[in-house]
Design a protein around this ligand. Sequence first.
Ligand code: PMP
Length: 296
Amino acid sequence: MTDQRSYDDRDGVIWYDGKLVPWREANVHVLTHALHYASSVFEGQKAYGGEIFRLTDHSKRLKRSGELLGFEIPWSVDEIDEACREVLKANNLEDAYMRPLAWRGSEQMGVSAQQSKIHLAIAAWPWGAYFGEDAIRQGLKLDIAKWRRPAPYTAPVESKASGLYMICTLSRHEAQAKGFNDALMFDWRGQVAEATGANAFFIRDNVLYTPTPDCFLNGLTRQTVMDLARRRGIEVVEKAIWPEELESFQQFFLTGSAAEVTPVASAGPWSFEVGDLTMQLRKDYFDLVYRRLSNS
Ligand code: PMP
């Protein structure tokens, strides 16, 4: 059973600037720079059977995301790794979603924030399938978002920055209001990009295709799945994908730390089958995260 309580009203502890604090006390002031100007970056990672999958890669990306927003998180990658393990243990969790978040504090107000303190918090909670179990059997129904991933010269697109999610929330809300699970986003050029919180993969005649991540996150799950496919001798092609090509693909799936490997049944006017290769890669992914499959 998922916990229906609000995320500010739960039991447990949250790692907050070096200390474990009671869940309900992990708060910020309303004049926090990050709330006004989106000066925050975050991670989403999962623990499987007590181990956080690709933990150090997530901590490195968090540090890098901060740098891309012009700030340095005052904890090292090793310290962030350790803090993540500590918060998992302190909450007695084995299988959990984890959310590290770094943000500019309230020392300065206005667009400039050179004097603001950089904070870091890490929370963990049990979280099942991101899209629900039905979606996995039937495949997701995706809308086509009207918002487009921005050009790399208009935003720090390699950063997992909160501000970049504004159009994701808008797109997913619009999709859900129409009965879809999520939305597929095109980019500023009109090329296929990704979903609102997960990368996209397509299959045609047993070859895997995925858009080149030049204006959106090159997800860690994306990289893992490309590696798993190559291990099976499957050709992986990274390239620009235009919407016209979508009708030629037989399968479509999403990848992400939360989305894991989730099949897609339709995107706008295009339909796909929940096929064997998608389900095989999904199984390989779970074998890897639960350490039934070696890392190389
Ligand atoms: N794109 C977006 C917009 C995301 O939010 C995520 C989830 N972090 C991804 C892609 C997939 O990234 P990862 O596999 O590293 O979780």
